[in-house]
Design a protein around this ligand. Structure first.
Ligand code: COA
Length: 310
C-alpha cells in the first residue's frame, strides 16, 4: 500500500482576538470559570471560510514546494460553509488557480481527520497530490447570549498537502472513520435558528469514550502500542476532555498538542492548528509516531496514526 505523507502544512487564524474578559462584559460568566472548566483564555473571530481556507492552503502549498496546478484533488472539511452551495472547496480551487476536482465534506469537528483518511485512500488509488483543508467559522452560528456555548468556539483554518511518502517508514499507518448517530441530538445547529445547541455534559462524556476507542483502534490496526506514541494531536474542544482521554489511553499529558487556550474550539481547523504549533515548537519531529484524533457533532469520530516526515 502506498502511504501518504504530509509534505506541507499551513494555518490561518480568525482576524480578531476575543478574550474571556471581553465575553464577561456581556455574559454572566468570568475568566476564572472559563479557564477552569475549559482551558480557553481567548479565541480568534472573523473571516470567511474561503479567505481563511485559501490562506492556510497557500502556506501548505509553499511548504510542499508545489504549484496549485499540480494538485489532483482538494478536500475541504467544513460544517460552516460560506454558502449552502457552491462548496467552499470550489471557491478555494479557483482562488488558488488549481484545475483539479474539489469537494466539501461535513463530519463536524472530526472532518479534518476524515479528510486525511480520504486523502490516504486516494493516494493509494494513484493520486499524487491531495490538498486537505479544515476550515470553520463557528462564530457565525454562535448564540452570543448563551454562556454555555459562546465561551467555546472560534474561527480558523488549517491545510495539509499529502503526497506518496518518499520513504517506506513514513506516512499514514492506519486510519479510522466512525459515527454514532444515536448521539446526533447532543450537538446541533438547526435551520430553524442556525445557532449551536448542545448538551455539554453528555458531549464531554461521550467525547472521551469515542476518542479513546478510535485511538486504540488505529494503534491496534498498525500493531503498535500507546506507549510508542510520541505526540497526540487531539481535537481542541476542552482541555479537560483532552486530559481525561490521555489518562485513559495511558499517554502522558505532555505528549498532547494543545492550542485551544488561544484558539477556542475551531472545529475542522483545530487539529491542523495544534499540529502546526507542535511542529513549530519541535514537539513533533521527523520519525515521530503521531496520533490525530477528532470527535464532534454526529457524533462523529476519526483517528489517524502516522509516522511524521516526508
Ligand atoms: N460561566 C459561568 N457559569 C456557567 C457557564 C459559564 N460560561 N456555563 C455554564 N455555567 C453554569 C451552569 O449553568 C451550571 O450552573 P448550576 O450548577 O447553577 O446549574 C454550572 O455552571 C455547571 O455547569 P455544567 O454544564 O455542569 O459545567 P461543565 O463543567 O460541564 O462545563 C462545558 C460546561 C460546556 C464547558 C463542558 O460541559 C464541555 O466542555 N462540554 C463539551 C462541549 C464540547 O466539547 N462541545 C463541542 C464538541 S466538538
Amino acid at each position: 500500500m502506498t502511504r501518504a505523507a504530509i509534505t506541507g502544512l499551513g494555518t490561518a487564524a480568525g482576524h480578531n482576538v476575543v478574550t474571556n474578559h471581553d465575553l464577561a462584559k456581556t455574559l454572566d460568566t468570568s475568566d476564572e470559570w472559563i479557564v477552569e472548566r475549559t482551558g480557553i483564555h481567548e479565541r480568534r473571530i472573523g473571516g470567511s471560510c474561503l479567505e481563511l481556507g485559501a490562506q492556510a492552503a497557500r502556506t501548505a502549498l509553499k511548504e510542499a514546494e508545489i504549484d496549485a496546478t499540480d494538485l489532483d484533488l482538494i478536500i475541504c472539511s467544513t460544517c460552516t460553509p460560506d454558502q449552502v452551495f457552491p462548496a467552499v472547496s470550489n471557491r478555494i480551487q479557483n482562488e488558488l488557480g488549481a484545475t483539479c476536482g474539489a469537494f466539501d465534506l461535513n463530519a463536524a469537528c472530526s472532518g479534518f481527520t476524515y479528510g486525511v483518511s480520504l486523502a490516504q485512500s486516494q493516494i493509494t488509488a494513484g493520486m499524487k497530490r491531495v490538498l486537505v483543508v479544515g476550515v470553520d467559522t463557528l462564530s457565525r452560528f454562535t448564540d452570543w447570549d448563551d454562556r454555555t456555548t459562546a465561551i467555546l468556539f472560534g474561527d480558523g483554518a488549517g491545510a495539509v498537502v499529502m503526497e506518496p511518502a518518499s520513504s517506506e517508514d513514513r506516512g499514514v499507518l492506519s486510519t479510522y472513520m466512525g459515527s454514532e448517530g444515536r448521539f446526533a441530538d447532543l450537538l446541533t445547529c438547526d435551520f430553524s435558528d442556525l445557532f449551536i445547541r448542545m448538551d455539554g455534559k453528555e458531549v464531554f462524556r461521550q467525547a472521551v469514550r469515542v476518542m479513546v476507542a478510535a485511538s486504540q483502534r488505529v494503534l491496534a490496526d498498525a500493531g503498535l502500542k500507546a506507549a510508542e506514541v510520541d505526540a497526540v494531536v487531539p481535537h481542541q474542544a476542552n482541555f479537560r476532555i483532552i486530559e481525561s482521554a490521555m489518562k485513559r489511553l495511558g499517554i502522558p499529558l505532555e505528549k498532547a498538542a494543545t492550542v485551544l487556550d488561544t484558539t477556542g474550539n475551531t472545529s475542522s481547523a483545530s487539529i491542523p492548528l495544534a499540529m502546526d504549533s507542535a511542529v513549530s515548537k519541535g514537539s513533533i519531529r521527523d520519525g515521530d509516531l503521531v496520533l490525530l484524533v477528532g470527535f464532534g457533532a454526529g457524533m462523529s469520530v476519526a483517528a489517524a496514526l502516522l509516522r511524521w516526515g516526508k
